[in-house]
Each structure stands twice: as structure tokens, then as C-alpha cells.
Design a protein around this ligand. Structure first.
Ligand code: PNS
Length: 166
């Protein structure tokens, strides 16, 4: 049974994340999504519980995916899930520096855990949770960029209604 872990803040989950989730769930027997209980990013828009629940709802039709939260070191969470593989999506060269640094530091403390990078699908290559939040806060439709269940939550949280919605 090969298990991979896909970690992130997911504030909120975007279609870019969803794309990586679907593709890695097709490669591994089991995919555990790890939602960071951020201490660094002090004020996420969505609470940990909201982020976990949105992910659970968005991935409910992918049977080998589970969603959990974690605190502390990622490599400890990976080990606790009997996994040796971390999945990360790469959008562009700008991601590479920080992602390589994270992968290298994780290997320094846990040499048997590898990071596997999937290139983000082209249509989501400029997408991020921050971009989605910024657009949505100005009432621009982000319908194409987040899973269906996330849209109303985002509008409610930001107190906006997307003006481009049909
Ligand atoms: O979606 P994000 O915010 O880019 O995800 C970043 C994440 C969660 C992968 C990273 O912050 C992380 O692994 N945090 C846990 C703490 C840890 O293990 N740090 C050492 C890695 S450099």
C-alpha cells in the first residue's frame, strides 16, 4: 500500500490544488491531505476546521483520499501516516526555489522521505489561494478557480457576491 501526503495551508483549496489531488490519487493507493494548523501564517481567512471541511467536501468522490490537519513538522506527519512521499505542485520557476529548499530541508531531517513534484496543469499555473481571495474580495467571479462547494463559503466569508456569476 503506497501512501503519499499532500500538505498545504489550503486557505482555501483551489482548482490548482484539486488538480494535483486528483492526479496524485491516481498514482498512489492512498493520498492523505495534510492541512497545516499554521502558526507562522497567523491569520488565515478560514479556520482550520473550515479548511479541512471544504477539502473533505471537495474530495468526497475520490475514495482513496483522506483529509487531516497537522501541527509541527511535516516529516513527522508523513511518518505518522506510514508514508515516505510528499507531493507538491510546481506552477512556475518562482516556486522552484522555495520548494527545493523545503524538499532539501525535509530530507536533511528525514532522508528516507522524498518529495515528488507534479507540474500544475497549464490553466491553473497562475492560480493561488491568495489570487482567488483577492479577486473574490473585489467581487470578481472565481467560479472557475475553486471547487463548487468553496464558492459560497468564500462569498460568505468575504461578504461579497460575485458580480460575474451567471
Ligand atoms: O500551501 P503552503 O502554505 O505553501 O504549504 C506549506 C507547507 C505546509 C508545506 C510548509 O509550511 C510545511 O511543511 N510546514 C510544516 C512545518 C515544517 O515541517 N517545516 C519544515 C519544512 S521547511
Amino acid at each position: 500500500m503506497k501512501t503519499a501526503v499532500y500538505p498545504g495551508s489550503f486557505d482555501p483549496v483551489t482548482m490548482g490544488h484539486y488538480d494535483i489531488i486528483k492526479r496524485s490519487a491516481a498514482i498512489f493507493d492512498r493520498l492523505v491531505i495534510g492541512v497545516l494548523n499554521n502558526s507562522e501564517k497567523k491569520s488565515p481567512l478560514f479556520s482550520l476546521e473550515e479548511r479541512v471541511n471544504m477539502l473533505k467536501e471537495a474530495t468526497k468522490d475520490i475514495p482513496n483520499v483522506t483529509v487531516e490537519s497537522f501541527e509541527g513538522l511535516l516529516v513527522d506527519f508523513v511518518k505518522a501516516n506510514d508514508s515516505k512521499v510528499i507531493i507538491r505542485g510546481l506552477r512556475a520557476l518562482a516556486d522552484f526555489d522555495i520548494e527545493l529548499q523545503m524538499a532539501q530541508s525535509n530530507r536533511m531531517v528525514a532522508p528516507d522521505i522524498d518529495t515528488l513534484f507534479l507540474s500544475t496543469s497549464l490553466e491553473y499555473s497562475c492560480l493561488s489561494s491568495s489570487v482567488v481571495k483577492e479577486y473574490a474580495s473585489y467581487g470578481v467571479s472565481v467560479k472557475e478557480f475553486v471547487p463548487e462547494n468553496v464558492l459560497p463559503k468564500l462569498e460568505e466569508k468575504l461578504n461579497v457576491k460575485s458580480n460575474l456569476k451567471p
